[in-house]
Design a protein around this ligand. Structure first.
Ligand code: GUN
Length: 284
């Protein structure tokens, strides 16, 4: 058996086409979905990420604003920018690229974003809404993972055991909540888990979101399991790789997401979906 790959590029293309159609449908009302992206400092990885986000907006016909600031920007200045964007009717989504310089409190800045424009889904109100099943923006990476599961006919996970490796606020925790909402039985594993393999061997679905190579190897999964790899690491040759032993898992897993070309493009796609939804809510 060889695992079927879940192609995040192809799925993104399909979803982005749908978003572009929805954006075009709002045009007669004079509404163009608008995303503001704020970048503080010159982190090279962040520069690439924000460029990709702005480019993705242009491709689907959104209005996008990229605000770049010197690393010396004060927290008060940044908070004032967020406030101004909260009040700007042309902006439906606000994204402050993380990490921020050390002198700025990430948490304070994220909490300053209006939950109505929190398209990253990082605000406590968004996390809380997910927890209690209310309307709010879902964090883009786990939301993209759910879309990938949906694409292989796994929208309802009743009777399935899902194991999430990692407990970050950005991926692990919201991922577990979304899987739970899809009726899965969910286990969250992390650095304090005594026997990770004993957990993952029971799983029908494994989501690896640790940020470390080879956290999941072939001997650790049930044959036919669905493996979603959220990791983005570099191997010894400097090549991009995920958290799982891709080559080792290939003959054992049922479905597998590649890195690159798996979850990565889905994250930006779901940012577009969230921004689209925000614009539609504003239009309603
Ligand atoms: N830094 C790395 N990934 C992300 C993301 O998805 N959103 C934001 N705001 N910052 C990030």
């Amino acid at each position: 058996m060889t695992a079927t790959l879940i192609d995040g590029v192809a799925l993104s293309k399909q979803l982005r086409t749908e978003v572009a159609q929805r954006a075009a449908a709002l045009a007669p009302q004079g509404i163009k979905p608008g995303l503001a992206v704020i970048l503080v400092g010159d982190n090279p990885a962040s520069q690439v990420y924000v460029r990709n986000k702005v480019k993705a907006c242009e491709d689907v016909g959104f209005h996008s604003v990229l605000e770049k600031y010197d690393a010396a920007l004060t927290e008060a200045e940044l908070l004032a920018r967020v406030e101004a964007l909260n009040a700007d009717p042309a902006i439906h989504g606000i994204l402050v690229q993380l990490p921020l310089p050390k002198h700025i409190d990430d948490h304070k800045v994220i909490e300053a974003i209006s939950p109505l424009k929190d398209v990253d889904g990082f605000h406590v109100a968004s996390a809380g809404a997910l927890m209690v099943g209310e309307t709010g923006f879902k964090a883009c990476t786990p939301y993209g993972c759910m879309k990938m599961l949906e694409s292989i006919g796994m929208k309802d996970l009743r009777g399935k055991h899902a194991v999430v490796i990692g407990r970050s606020n950005i991926v692990g925790k919201p991922m577990a909540m979304m899987l739970l909402q899809a009726n899965a039985t969910v286990t969250i594993c992390h650095s304090g888990t005594a026997d990770l393999a004993a957990m993952t061997r029971q799983a029908d679905v494994v989501v690896a979101a640790v940020g470390k190579r080879n956290v999941l190897t072939a001997d650790m999964i049930k044959p036919g399991a669905v493996v979603i790899d959220v990791g983005m690491n570099r191997n010894d040759e400097g090549k991009l790789c995920g958290d799982v032993d891709f080559d080792g898992l290939l003959p054992v897993a049922g479905y597998l997401t590649p890195v690159p070309g798996g979850v990565g493009p889905m994250t930006i796609t779901m940012l577009l979906v969230n921004t689209m939804e925000s614009a539609e809510r504003a239009a309603a």
